[in-house]
Design a protein around this ligand. Structure first.
Ligand code: NAP
Length: 325
């Protein structure tokens, strides 16, 4: 049984804490959050005996691993501390708030022998695995173009909207939806252009790229047009991904876990909604990787590329330029 300490007591701390418990191979030994009441509440829900308002107090319990689920702007300090006190850390989503911090975390983790996994879940989903195998096997021909839409109605009162805490919308939202899994399928990104606007909430401290349209070119020649933002009209189909290949195509509907495969023989609809949830698979893989029995899919050496692409998107949008990677 692995003993996990959690930093953060929000939505994802609960979801991933529960995923750890659902593996049957972990227990939550403590929850730490700024607000002690939030920490206590989550500790109670997850059966953790300790709740702290200072995450450093988890160190005395000598956890086998940490789960860090806080805003990106504050997670770096916690992750760097965690590397010194725990053999492994599962980080909410983005590895770091910028490339400099991502490199620092990668180097420090290597030096201390700490396993770090960025929390992108799509690579652990049966649907994305199937999409990847269809594209990489070339059974649909060569990939030419990907198009995605990802709208999330972030609350203006949450950290998601604050540039400093979130690291910006492209880092917080676009990497997850869907740069990380598309990179997994198409490989290295070599060029990025982007335009962005800010129309609904334009307070100074809010994210500069509230809505963004980015175009990525991959080394294999394929292009990717990603539209994402914090404005999502009610009842609007806000999440989808399409792959256009020379002999066929794919349509991914993440909300329903449906994959549509388009070929000359017709359209096949595959339903992945009853498959093991990605967060559970990721938690299980992470626990096994702590004992060297599995390999995680979002190590710092790869997850830092999501940070680099999101930085390139921001640079391209703000400077009206094409950024080479
Ligand atoms: N994999 C996915 O599907 C997915 C989806 C959404 C988000 N994420 C990622 O999950 C992570 C957590 O997001 P969430 O949605 O769970 O956030 P959340 O519900 O807002 O919870 C954030 C937690 O961080 C703490 N916090 C907030 N601001 C802080 C600050 N300035 N300093 C220190 N602590 C602070 C809060 O503590 P108090 O309550 O004590 O103030 C709260 O416990 C992020 O990395 C996010 O990008 C992943």
């Amino acid at each position: 049984m692995k003993r996990i300490g959690i930093v953060g007591a929000g939505r994802m701390a609960f979801a991933r804490g529960k995923a750890f418990l659902d593996t049957g191979e972990a227990e939550i030994i403590a929850v730490a959050s700024r607000n002690i009441e939030h920490a206590r509440k989550l500790a109670q829900k997850l059966g953790a005996p300790h709740a702290f308002d200072d995450y450093r107090r988890i160190a005395s319990l000598k956890p086998d691993a940490l789960l860090v689920e806080v805003p990106h702007g504050v997670q770096g300090e916690i992750v760097k501390w965690g590397i010194e006190i725990a053999p492994g850390i599962l980080v909410g989503a983005a590895l770091a708030v910028n490339s400099k911090e991502a490199e620092e975390i990668e180097r420090k983790a290597e030096e201390e022998g700490c396993l770090i996994e960025a929390g992108y879940g799509s690579r652990y989903s049966a649907l994305w695995e199937k999409a990847r195998s269809l594209i990489t096997s070339k059974s649909l021909g060569k990939p030419v173009m990907v198009q995605s839409l990802a709208l999330y109605p972030a609350s203006p009162s949450s950290w998601y909207y604050r540039e400093k805490e979130s690291g910006g919308m492209p880092l917080t939202h676009m990497t997850y939806c869907f740069i990380n899994p598309v990179r997994w399928i198409l490989g290295p990104v070599v060029e990025v252009s982007a335009l962005a606007n800010r129309i609904l909430h334009d307070e100074e401290e809010f994210v500069k790229e509230e809505m963004c349209s980015a175009t990525l070119r991959f080394k294999n020649g394929a292009l990717y047009s990603a539209v994402a933002g914090y404005i999502s009209p009610p009842n609007f189909p806000s999440l989808n991904v399409k792959f256009i290949c020379t002999k066929g195509g794919l349509e991914i509907l993440p909300s329903t876990q449906i994959l549509k495969v388009y070929r000359d023989t017709g359209v096949e609809e595959l339903d992945f909604s009853s498959q093991t949830p990605p967060l559970l698979r990721q938690a299980k893989t992470f626990l096994e990787a702590l004992d060297g029995k599995a390999v995680c899919l979002n190590p710092p050496s790869d997850a830092k590329l999501d940070v680099a692409v999101s930085e390139a998107i921001v640079k391209a949008a703000r400077e009206h330029t094409v950024v080479k990677l």
